[in-house]
Design a protein around this ligand. Structure first.
Ligand SMILES: [Ca+2]
Ligand SMILES: [Ca+2]
Length: 334
């Protein structure tokens, strides 16, 4: 058998050289495998206050030979670290983790995005490679204090090119589209009926400490709510806040019929919301629009079917519409 195998190889085309291949994934899932969004508060309210300051990247060798990770580095106020001294070898099929950390301790403003690039250098079969990671961090000097990221910049750091309101504060809860990408729909349904819908929290920028409850309800039935997501009380000023049970801030749900969404006290059906505070703040016309939906556009500007940004503002406080920001997947207007 050995002779036959040898003859087959000798008569066929030259076999491809065995090489390692580095595949990278991000345990945050969002924004993606090569992009990380983090945040930090310099002067926390208390030790228990938590922001999403680190992300874990999983490096796996999916090739057919060993590879060697030679260096980890980052520009800007970030580090990429590993418990393994460099260089280290990843055998075929082996994986390890690298931690991306936002290290900023100061800024030129009291709240700003700071950017950097992570580099993972590796070699295999005599060839050197470099994988790059896009790093974004929101640095905030104090919790709240009008130092939160705007809705538009928060959404854009996740790689979405959706046309977000330049100034979310102006409408004061008016029932009107902010931009061509806003969808005025009080009720929703699943995009693909055979699959569950998913909700993932991109950011929480509201009073610390407080969690968030997200529920669905049947059309027109505001008191019959079913909980689909609970946010962590210690993460109320952070990107990618955790779920109340400490897990990654995402959950799936299903619904046979069209559903509305209630986020704490605010409904996706504006008619159920108290608009008195809106009018007192200067809203004219139809008011009460405290939960808003936007189409998701990818980096190329193309609309992603079945995906929407859902955001909300607690009525009458400041109308920044970044209080709780979510990505909804596998949904469409009903
Ligand atoms: Ca607000
Ligand atoms: Ca806010």
């Amino acid at each position: 058998m050995c002779g036959l195998l040898g003859a087959t190889i000798a008569s066929g085309p030259a076999a491809a050289a065995a090489t390692g291949k580095l595949s990278i994934s991000n345990r945050d899932v969002l924004p993606g495998s090569r992009s990380v969004v983090l945040s930090a508060i310099q002067n926390k309210v208390e030790n228990a206050q938590r922001t999403h300051r680190t992300a874990t990247l999983v490096l796996r060798n999916t090739g057919n030979a060993s590879l060697k990770v030679t260096s980890l580095s980052a520009t800007g106020p970030f580090t990429l670290t590993s418990s393994r001294a460099r260089p280290f070898v990843l055998k075929k099929g082996e994986s390890t983790t690298v931690t991306a950390t936002f290290t900023a301790t100061t800024g030129t403003k009291d709240g700003q995005w700071l950017l950097g690039t992570g580099s993972i250098r590796w070699t295999s079969a005599g060839t050197a490679h470099r994988a790059t990671i896009k790093l974004s961090g929101w640095w905030q000097k104090y919790s709240e204090h009008n130092l939160e990221p705007s809705l538009a910049t928060l959404v854009h750091r996740f790689g979405y090119k959706s046309k977000m309101p330049a100034d979310a504060h102006t409408g004061k809860g008016r029932y009107k589209r902010f931009s061509k990408d806003e969808v005025l729909s009080s009720y929703w349904t699943r995009y693909t009926k055979s699959k569950r819908a998913r909700i993932t929290q991109l950011g929480a920028f509201h009073t610390y400490p407080s969690g968030v409850y997200v529920s669905k309800y049947s059309r027109g039935k505001k008191d019959k709510v079913f909980r689909i997501f609970s946010g962590h009380v210690n993460d109320s000023q952070s990107v990618l806040p955790r779920r109340a049970d400490g897990a990654r801030g995402t959950a799936t749900f299903t619904s046979k019929a069209a559903f509305g969404i209630k986020i704490d006290s605010e409904y996706s059906d504006h008619r159920f919301n108290n608009a008195a505070a809106d009018r007192a703040a200067g809203c004219v016309g139809t008011c009460g629009q405290h939960v808003r939906f936007f189409k998701v556009r990818n980096a190329n500007g193309n609309v992603k079917k079945g995906k929407y940004i859902m955001t909300m503002d607690f009525s009458g406080v400041n109308y920044d519409f970044n209080d709780n920001v979510f990505l909804l997947e596998n949904v469409k207007p009903a």
